[in-house]
Design a protein around this ligand. Structure first.
Ligand SMILES: [Zn+2]
Length: 92
C-alpha cells in the first residue's frame, strides 16, 4: 500500500516516513550542530578551567600600577573640582 505524502505529494509506502520530508526535516541535527558551534565560540571568550586567577591579577595590577593610580587621582581631582564649583555656584 502506498499513500501520497501530504507535504510533498510523493508516493510513500504506508508505515514508513516520506524519504523526501525526512531529508527536509533533517536540518534538526544541523541546527544543533550550529548551536554547539556557537556555544563553543562563546566559551572561547570566557575564562575556563585554564583561567589562572593569580596570573590575571599579576597582569591586571602588575603591568602599569602607576598609570592606573595616576588616572584615578586625575578623575578624583576633577570630581572634587567640579563639586567645589557646584557648591560655589549654589551658595553664591
Ligand atoms: Zn513528503
Amino acid at each position: 500500500m502506498k499513500y501520497l505524502c501530504p507535504t510533498c505529494d510523493k508516493e510513500v509506502a504506508v508505515g514508513t516516513h516520506c524519504p523526501r520530508c525526512t531529508k527536509i526535516s533533517s536540518p534538526k541535527p544541523r541546527e544543533r550542530k550550529s548551536w554547539e558551534q556557537e556555544e563553543t565560540a562563546d566559551g572561547l571568550d570566557l575564562p575556563d578551567e585554564d583561567f589562572d586567577y593569580d596570573d590575571f591579577i599579576a597582569r591586571e595590577f602588575g603591568k602599569a600600577p602607576h598609570r592606573k593610580t595616576s588616572i584615578a587621582w586625575y578623575w578624583y581631582l576633577v570630581a572634587v573640582a567640579l563639586l567645589t564649583l557646584m557648591i560655589i555656584g549654589i551658595f553664591r
